[in-house]
Design a protein around this ligand. Sequence first.
Ligand code: GLN
Length: 203
Amino acid sequence: MPNIGIVMLQGSREAHAQALYQASKLLKINVVIKELRTVGDLNDSDLAAVVIPGGESTTMRKVGGHEGTKILPEIYKIIRKKPFFPVLATCAGAILLADPQDGGEPLLQAKVERNAFGRQVDSFFGEVQVAGSNESANCAFIRAPRFTAVSENSGIAFLKGEPVGIREKNLIALTFHPELSETSIFHEMLLSSAISNTGGDQI
Ligand code: GLN
């Protein structure tokens, strides 16, 4: 029964939890959701995967890097130490992985540009095609970032042919919010790598 952590800084954390439960039902596994607020929560939780929700990356950086929480630097440390550790990062979460600003290397090879679709009023729903499947989902792009560079064959989700979701090893980074749509396919991908990731990359 894998423990899945959700970083509780900002964003639609409850919707991510619901999507994880929906995914776990479809995959016929049980998951335990752990709410991650501080570095202590990380150390106590024996995690098989982590979700970093969206929000405002500047605020998330401040709160998540604060002395009292230190949750983000610790997650970056884990990913650097365990390159196959499964993470689903949506929107601001993807920005943080691409540009952790902690003095270390980016955690993704892909490059992102913040707010690249425009301002809050330019937020929209778009039909996202899932690579390698017939599935598509109407997903929210909320002051969304845009990938300005992605490595070859890393695209897993496309909007009108443009990559809006990528996967590098077990890091899944999406510029949109699948948790606010009907699909749980990206959460299923996360759980699949969490249960098959027997190479010791649990923490
Ligand atoms: N615009 C936000 C940022 O740059 C991301 C928005 C989101 O997560 N929905 O951090």
